[in-house]
Write a protein that binds this ligand. Structure first.
Ligand SMILES: Cc1cc2nc3c(=O)[nH]c(=O)nc-3n(C[C@H](O)[C@H](O)[C@H](O)COP(=O)(O)OP(=O)(O)OC[C@H]3O[C@@H](n4cnc5c(N)ncnc54)[C@H](O)[C@@H]3O)c2cc1C
Length: 544
């Protein structure tokens, strides 16, 4: 059986960071197992391809959650990257690190080392920031961040000015001294090409002789010797293979697949594993509990002024956009995220922190009621745009658990949306906030009508009913192998070591003790960076 010092499961936002950092010194051998395949497709590399990979099973696990009673029994679509780069290869590329308090709350939950002050150096380390080096930002790191303010649609300026009119100040940098306010998103795009972690971390490391990357290698369980993780079993081309880990196995399979893999491996709630006839290695009742996500609803507007729809909807417009991309050094709408502007806002007086995340997209392309299909490449055939909101820190929590010992079966994803009073309250406030912004100049005079939900939906009851009917995930699933000091309530300790066993860590979005206030990719890469440091520090101690 092949032997490595470390086996990393999952080449996603965190896994690619680990593969790079653990092999950098040439001291350790690493096997990186990825269930998906190559990321060479232009639909992955060209930013607008987001609309295509969103529901392409070649690159996407395309999970469906259980019917959600709070959302009228609808099943939410749960896309997850299944390709080198993981979800960073199919995401919308918005770069937001979160509010400092998000991480201070991680530390306050019993996790020394994870406060804002302590994680900031890892954010700086991962960045190659266009604003240059500062107390907030780093340069020369693997992840190129772009400031696209010179290229965004002019309507973004109207949105920001309208926000100012309702008392939301402009911020020049959501990731700097002022994370609150309205402004333009920074993006993980370099010269018109997506900056996934496969591009940023894995490619520069691929030639290293101490790194082996196996694609289409689906890990089916962690192998234990007693309570020590000793290797991994995986399926490759229909054949069951295994590899040995001399030092550690690191599970970076993401918020849906990491708890699934732990349970398949005998680490989970003893009763669940007994019911499924799986041998128990460690009774860890927190595995799979605590799922969090951002649940957003979009308000669609018909516009009096041209929007991206005018550029992208007609066939001739698509051809022009493609030619601009190819001939003008990868510029134009295809080189951009459609998420261009937004805001972090306190929706009522008395709040210490922003509770509302607002998106402004100068295009309108689908209703969320269309299930898994998203017509991003086919926007509405008239000028239009959308605004969305979600609660920054929802308090509802769901779960992810296996329902069968078959590693290829989808786990049961229970979202448990709107389970708390405060999450419901934020729906009312979010709707009022969007409508206040829409009614303010100069945005107001650009609007022909609110197409959806429309003026008939006004009172709290109608707003909530509409939200239940149309709200959808923003795909920030996290918290299913939560970090904390107590083995009964947490899965990993503050060093990301799985409680109750040895030689096994989890490092990805599943360890978040609470969801961060913005998009999650940057925070996951930070987790990968910090995990690599923790593992390398421990590599100096002799193996038990
Ligand atoms: C459609 C979409 C849009 C998003 N937009 C944004 C955005 O604009 N900005 C932002 O900050 N965040 C965004 N996110 C969220 C962000 O991308 C994720 O939070 C982040 O990528 C999660 O990283 P991860 O390492 O936890 O998991 P992933 O990146 O999903 O990586 C997990 C990897 O493990 C592999 N894997 C799983 N199971 C196994 C197994 N058994 N064996 C082998 N390999 C396995 C998977 O195939 C995958 O490659 C978006 C996500 C999605 C899906």
């Amino acid at each position: 059986m092949a032997q490595y010092d470390y086996i990393v499961i999952g080449a996603g936002s965190a896994g690619c960071v680990l593969a790079n950092r653990l092999t950098a010194g040439g001291m350790h051998s690493v096997l990186l197992l990825e269930a998906g395949g190559s990321d060479r497709s232009p639909w992955i590399q060209v930013p607008i391809g987001y609309g295509r990979t969103f529901n392409d099973p070649r690159y996407n696990w395309m999970y469906e959650a259980e019917p959600d009673a709070a959302l009228g029994g609808r099943r939410q679509f749960v896309p997850r990257g299944k390709v080198l780069g993981g979800s960073s290869s199919i995401n919308a590329m918005v770069y937001v690190r979160g509010q400092p308090a998000d991480f201070d709350d991680w530390a306050a939950a019993g996790n020394p080392g994870w406060s804002w002050r302590e994680v900031l150096p890892y954010f700086r380390k991962l960045e190659d920031h266009p604003g240059g080096e500062s107390g907030y930002h780093g340069v020369g790191g693997p992840v190129r961040i772009s400031d696209v303010s010179a290229q965004v649609h002019p309507l973004c300026g109207s949105f920001i000015a309208a926000c100012a009119r309702v008392g939301i100040p402009r911020t020049p940098d959501f990731n700097g001294a002022q994370p609150e306010g309205a402004g333009l998103w920074q993006v993980t795009i370099k010269d018109g090409v997506r900056v996934s972690t496969a591009n940023a971390y894995l490619k520069p490391a691929r030639a290293r002789r101490n790194l082996e990357v196996l694609t289409r290698a689906h890990a089916t369980r962690v192998l234990f010797e007693g309570r020590r993780a000793a290797g991994v079993e995986f399926l490759s081309g229909g054949v069951r293979l295994s590899a040995q880990a001399r030092r550690e196995v690191i599970v970076s399979a993401g918020a849906i697949n990491s708890p699934q893999l732990l349970e398949l491996s005998g680490v989970g709630d003893a009763q669940l594993l007994r019911r499924l006839d799986l041998p128990l290695v460690a009774d860890s009742p927190a595995v799979g509990r605590g799922l969090q996500d951002h649940l957003a609803v979009s308000y669609f507007y018909r516009s009096q002024v041209p929007t991206l729809n005018d550029q992208l909807a007609p066939f001739t417009g698509k051809v022009r956009a493609a030619l601009t991309y190819l001939l003008a050094a990868r510029r134009g709408p295809l080189a951009m995220s459609v998420n261009q502007a937004g805001a972090f806002v306190r929706s009522r007086p008395g709040l210490a922190l922003p509770n509302m995340h607002v998106y402004f997209n100068p295009a309108s392309y689908s209703t969320t009621t269309a299930g898994t299909s998203r017509r991003l490449l086919n926007p509405d055939p008239y000028p239009g745009f959308l605004m969305s909101f979600n609660t920054c820190r929802p308090t509802s929590r769901g779960s992810v658990h296996i329902r069968s010992p078959d590693p290829r079966a989808s786990p049961a994803i229970v979202l448990n949306s709107l389970a708390t009073e405060s999450d419901v309250q934020d729906v009312f406030e979010g709707a009022r906030l969007l409508r206040r912004i829409a009614a303010s100049e100069p945005l107001a005079s650009s609007i022909a009508s609110e197409r959806e939900p429309g003026s008939a939906v006004r009172g709290d009851a109608e707003v909530l009913a509409d939200f239940r009917q149309r709200a959808g995930s923003v795909f920030h699933d996290c918290g299913t192998c939560v970090m904390g000091p107590e083995p009964r309530t947490a899965v990993v300790d503050p060093q990301l070591r799985v409680h109750g066993v040895s030689g096994l860590r989890v490092a990805d979005a599943s360890i978040f003790p609470n969801i961060t206030s913005g998009n999650t990719n940057a925070a996951v890469i930070m987790v990968g960076e910090k995990a690599a440091d923790l593992i390398l520090q421990d590599s100096h101690t002799p193996q038990a």
